[in-house]
Every structure is written in C-alpha cells, then in structure tokens.
Write a protein that binds this ligand. Structure first.
Ligand SMILES: Cc1ncc(COP(=O)(O)O)c(C=O)c1O
Length: 482
C-alpha cells in the first residue's frame, strides 16, 4: 500500500550526536526500509528538497543517499521526478560485494498482533537526539551515578554466591511494597509485585492476559498512546474517553468495558489530578473480575503544590486495580525497570505469563535496586529532584506566560515532568512542532495524543530534564518562531 510522504519522513531516526555521518545513516536506514518491505516497490519517495526539510538535514545529504541507492539498484531516479523504489521488500534482498541480488521469497504472514503493531510504529518516538523541551524525561545528568555504581558492583560481586531464585527478587519486592505503601498509599503484599523491564511491559502483559479480541477498553483522550497501542494490538476496541477538570469522565449508558486505563495522579498529558469523587465513581462501577482498572502512576513521585494524593489502588477493597509504575522517570530513562502490582486473584496467571513471554529483569540489577531503595538513596534522589523539578516547572510556566502569554494558555500541573500549553487561537500544532524542531526545540503536538478528532491544539512541553538556562533559551526560541 502506498504511504504518504509525511509517513516516509517519519520513518527515519537520525542521530546527530553519533559518529556515523548523516548521509551514511540516511542511506542505510532507507536501504533497510526498502529491504524490509516497509517502503514497497513503486512507492515514490519525497523529493530531496521535501525530505531534507522534514528531517532538518541539508539537501546534499538526501541527494547522496538517493544516488547511492540508485547505484545499488534500490531506486530509480530521473531528473525532475521523485525517486521511486524499484525492488520489492517481499523479495529477499542480499548484498554481495555492494551489489544487490534478489532471491524470491514469500512475504511473511504475521500474527494479528504483529500485523496490528507493524501498522503503528512506536507512537512516542522522536526524530532528533534529545533536545529541550522534549517531554517524558527526568534529568539523568542529576542522577547519583557513583552511588548506583556501588550498588551495582556489590550486587554483581555477590552474583556468584546467590541462589538461582525467583525471577521477581524478594528483596526488591519487599523494598517496593514498603516504598509504595508509605509514599503512594498502595496496599499490596510483596508477592503481588512483579518486576518488569518497563511500564510498557506491564501493559503488554495485562493486555495479553485479559483482552479477548473485540473487548472494549477505555482510555483517556487525549492520553498515553503507548497504552492504546498495547491494547489495540491485542485486538481490543479502544475507546477514547474525554476529560474534565476532575480527570477522565465516566461514560454512562454504554456497556461496561473489560478494562479502563487511566493516569489519575497526573493525567498524561494534561497533568490533571483525578478527584476523589471521580476515583470512587470509577471504583464503584468496576465489577470484580469483569471490569479491571489499570492505574499508570508513571511520575507519581513528583508532586509540588500539595501533599500527594494516594494511589487509586489503595482505595480499592475488591482487587480490581492493576497498579503500574516505572523507574524510567524517577531514575533514568534507559534504566529499563518497571513494576506491576497485581490484584491477588491474578497473581498466578500473570506470573506464568511473565515467564512464558520472558519479561524478566536481570537479577543483579534487581538486587542493586533493592539496596538503592532500602538504603534510602532512591527516596533521597526523588526528594532532591522534586525540589529541582518544582523550580523548573515554575520557571517554564513563568517564561511561557511572560513571553508567549498572548498565544498560549498554560495548564499548570500540580506535579509530574511535563505540561500542556494550548494555542488560544486556532493553529495547527503539528506544523508548529515541526517549525520548533527545526529551530532546536522539541515538543509534542497535543493533537497527536488524541484518538479521534483532536479536541485541542497545543504543545506538550517537558520541564524536568532541562536546566533553567536551557528552559529560558528554549522559550526565547519559541518566541522568535511564533
Ligand atoms: C503515561 C506513561 N506511562 C508509561 C510510560 C512508559 O514507561 P516505560 O518507559 O517504563 O515503558 C510513559 C513514558 O513516557 C508514560 O508517559
């Protein structure tokens, strides 16, 4: 199926800080996209001018890639026309001495799950290397690497003496159960806690164990696209539910869904806090064993204006709530550790599924994290970052109101790592994001987080990962762009 020029431009991920030049990266990525069949035979590519502008590279870089792949037989180029793909990725393409030779083989038949995923792309990917004000990140420059390294070292040294034990390490489960009870009001015993490589792994595991194709799943709209993707790939009918000031709304008059996904502590992306009344409404409406609630508390550690509101999970007396957390915001983006608190009735099923899918985290890292938490380093880091992020949030809010107040209205979140600024007058947010990226400021279009027709146009801006001087510079850039 032909794909649009914009989709093709979105398929590249160039690393400007890497050692490999941009032209070489572009050439090999384009070759890979054709060889894998993601860009099919006959597909016209964007013009060199258009692709260069979409990717923020020079036209020479794109021309180099086109000419190289034309020489290798992947593309046909002729003057004045857009280059077209000449080979079918369904054919196995082998490179021998730089020349492409082709052997026929059938296109792989994918499972329904993989076919759904292959139509999606990872919804949160970005083109450029990390730049202000990309949302979704904490500041890994502030992480106490020396302390963490000592925990890792001690754990690695002990590894030879450790029993081959449970895949969810008891020490970490205990440390987390205690931390979650005291800091987030989560009520769980240690054996309800699973240690996973990410929050996304938790969502995939829940979807794999609870969704029958055709089931209804409610998600917040706008919301976190990674969750919608996980449920949709399992065959669910994903239904976007709007928000009001109290958070996700309850839909009445519709059949109860199998699952409701929500981010009640800081709604993603708006940062809104779900009111107690709304939490109780959702809990009362979800029947044990029939309608499950998935509470994603991805950045609940960071609250600034009031005492943190305890997790919804802690209000649930009937085992209806899965509680998902991640260390990728509170520690480092690439630490690749998350966790899932499982309702008692589902523990055995989830543990078997975890082993079969292989969603386990390395034992020595789990042990190191258990020590990091038990010795108080995690809480100390969170407390320190809470102060820093609080100041950064205020700095960004102040900068936006002062310099862009006529254009943008800022929704000040009570916590979290990012905020939403809406355009006061209608404006295409995706075009604005593109323009900002070209100028060196990375944001996400609010409309890209909507499931259906976007209700609002605006920008999702990260403040936690950026120093105040970086935030000020980004706001000045935004001002000059608009
Ligand atoms: C709401 C929400 N949930 C989960 C995640 C993903 O966490 P992880 O990296 O652990 O999969 C993110 C990441 O941006 C998020 O914004």
């Amino acid at each position: 199926m032909p794909v649009s020029e914009a989709m093709i431009s979105g398929m590249f991920d160039l690393n400007r800080a890497g050692e490999e030049g941009l032209a070489a990266q572009l050439t090999s990525q384009l070759r890979g996209l054709i060889a894998s069949g993601r860009i099919g035979k006959g597909q016209a590519l964007p013009s060199s001018r258009r692709l260069a502008s979409d990717l923020g590279v020079s036209r020479n870089t794109v021309t180099y890639a086109f000419e190289q792949l034309a020489a290798e037989g992947y593309l046909e180029t002729s003057h004045g026309r857009r280059p077209a793909v000449t080979v079918d990725g369904g054919e196995h393409i082998e490179s021998a001495g730089g020349a492409a030779s082709r052997v026929r083989s059938a296109k792989p038949r994918l499972s329904p799950w993989a076919s759904k995923l292959s139509q999606m792309d990872w919804p949160m990917s970005y083109l450029a290397p990390l730049r202000p004000l990309r949302p979704g990140h904490g500041d890994f420059r502030e992480f106490p690497n020396e302390v963490w390294a000592r925990c890792l070292r001690r754990s690695a040294v002990r590894a030879g003496r450790r029993e081959l034990g449970p895949i969810n390490r008891p020490r970490l489960r205990e440390a987390l159960a205690h931390y979650l009870a005291t800091s987030r009001g989560v009520r769980a015993t240690a054996d309800q806690i699973m240690i996973l490589p990410s929050a996304q792994a938790a969502l995939t595991l829940i979807a794999a164990t609870l969704i029958t194709p055709g089931d209804d799943v409610w998600v917040e709209d706008p919301g976190y696209p990674g969750a919608a993707a996980a449920f949709r790939a399992s065959g669910a009918r994903v239904i976007g539910v709007g928000l009001d000031q109290q958070g996700m709304q309850r839909m009445s008059g519709t059949a109860a869904p199998t699952l409701i996904f929500m981010t009640p502590s800081h709604q993603h992306p708006t940062g809104r806090l779900m009111s107690l009344a709304r939490r109780t409404e959702f809990l009362n409406a979800s029947r044990p064993g029939k309608t499950w609630i998935v509470e994603d508390d991805y950045d609940g550690e960071f609250h600034y204006d009031s005492r943190p509101v305890p997790a919804l999970q802690g209000l649930d007396a009937h085992g209806r709530v899965f509680y998902v957390g991640t260390f990728s915001k509170a520690m480092m983006s690439d630490i690749r550790l998350g966790y899932l608190v499982v309702p008692p009735a589902m523990v055995a099923t989830l543990e078997v599924a975890q082993r079969h899918i292989g969603l386990m985290a390395a034992s020595h890292i789990q042990e190191a994290l258990a020590e990091f938490i038990a010795d108080g380093h995690f809480l100390a880091h969170v407390r320190r970052m809470r102060r820093i992020y609080h100041a950064r949030r205020d700095h960004l809010v102040d900068g936006l109101q002062r310099h862009l107040g006529e254009l943008l209205s800022v929704e000040v979140p009570a916590g979290g790592i990012q905020l939403v600024a809406r355009f006061k007058r209608s404006r295409a947010d995706r075009a604005a994001v593109k323009r900002l990226v070209e100028a060196g400021v990375e944001t996400r279009a609010l409309s890209s987080l909507s499931l259906g027709r976007p209700r609002d146009q605006g920008l999702l801006l990260g403040f936690a990962a950026w120093r105040e001087s970086e935030i000020s510079a980004a706001v000045r850039t935004m001002e000059s762009c608009f």
